[in-house]
Design a protein around this ligand. Sequence first.
Ligand SMILES: [Zn+2]
Length: 301
Amino acid sequence: MSWLYNQVTALPIMKFFVIIFAVLGLVSCSKEPPKETNSLSKTKDIFWGYVGESSPEHWGKDYPQCELGGDQSPINIDPKSVKVTSLPALRFTFSREPTDIEDNGHTVEVVFSDDPSENQGKSITLDYNEKGQLANSRAVEIEYNAKQDTLVVDDKEYRLAQFHFHSPSENVVNSQHYPMELHLVYEGAATQFAVVAVFLNIGAENPIIRTLWEHMPTYRGQKNDIRSLNSDFSGLLPTKRGYYTFQGSFTTPPCTRNVIWYVFHEPISVSQWQVDDFKKVMNHNNRPLQPLNSRPILSSQ
Ligand SMILES: [Zn+2]
């Protein structure tokens, strides 16, 4: 977990976070991989980050998948070389039952309970260091377990595990970064993962993000109740639903492979202050571009 980097000063806090982690079953920036490679119940995690000795070029040491194969994410999407074709619509369903926002010293998450009787929902957690910054954090993450939050593509159904943010964007289009990128991480049958990516561009303030940011905890361990939030997270999707799709991986350790990516053509807007607020606590949390190699990129018409 990310707070391990500062274990000398953070030990008492760490214990608390380990408990929180165990209780909520929290995962890192990306949904954890199949249990045989890195169990959710595993209490030991190896620190990784975006700077210094824990930076992406060192991830492969502890997470071999980060260095395996030629199918890692993120990538550059060159619109001139994509194959435009007929692709199925992405059909989304979102629920509206948040519980709380929590700072677990690691990331920002919205969590849903598996138990329907407890399915008041979700929490958002924020990762701050002792200076009040998310210097080594990974993402703002919103986690789900609710069965009603789904993505359907053709006859395949995926369940939303969590969503989180990166700044700047991880994937790029025509070698250009957007200020931010939203990742909605879905899990299908047989631990087949799909990530839906939405670019965030500077423009009008985003009301959903405003709500999320307003409820961010301000210190480690803080948990803000958001049961009355009633946000419609479909507002985080663009109006036009054209997309690129390709094979890739999680962009964070353990860099789980065979992930299907759906990247919307159209960005949603966020205000400059919303990006600035995110950066204040997160700094940058984007993995460098990975080689595309021979992977095809398809684009809907
Ligand atoms: Zn991500």
